[in-house]
Design a protein around this ligand. Structure first.
Ligand SMILES: [Zn+2]
Ligand SMILES: [Zn+2]
Length: 54
């Protein structure tokens, strides 16, 4: 199951993760835990979600 191209498990998030991390951030983990539906990812990482507007 090891995959070198790991990506955050949050549906709308495109951030890479480390090998043993399911989510890129607590934000994404919490969002999935709470079954939140977001229109853009708010994890704050550059190049993801709202940050792309810059
Ligand atoms: Zn994200
Ligand atoms: Zn994420």
């Amino acid at each position: 199951m090891a995959d070198e191209d790991n990506q955050c498990a949050h549906e709308i998030c495109t951030c890479p993760t480390t090998e043993d991390a399911e989510y890129c951030s607590d934000h994404c983990k919490d969002a999935d835990d709470q079954d939140l539906t977001e229109i853009s990812c708010d994890c704050g990482h550059t190049g993801c979600g709202a940050a792309m507007a810059a």
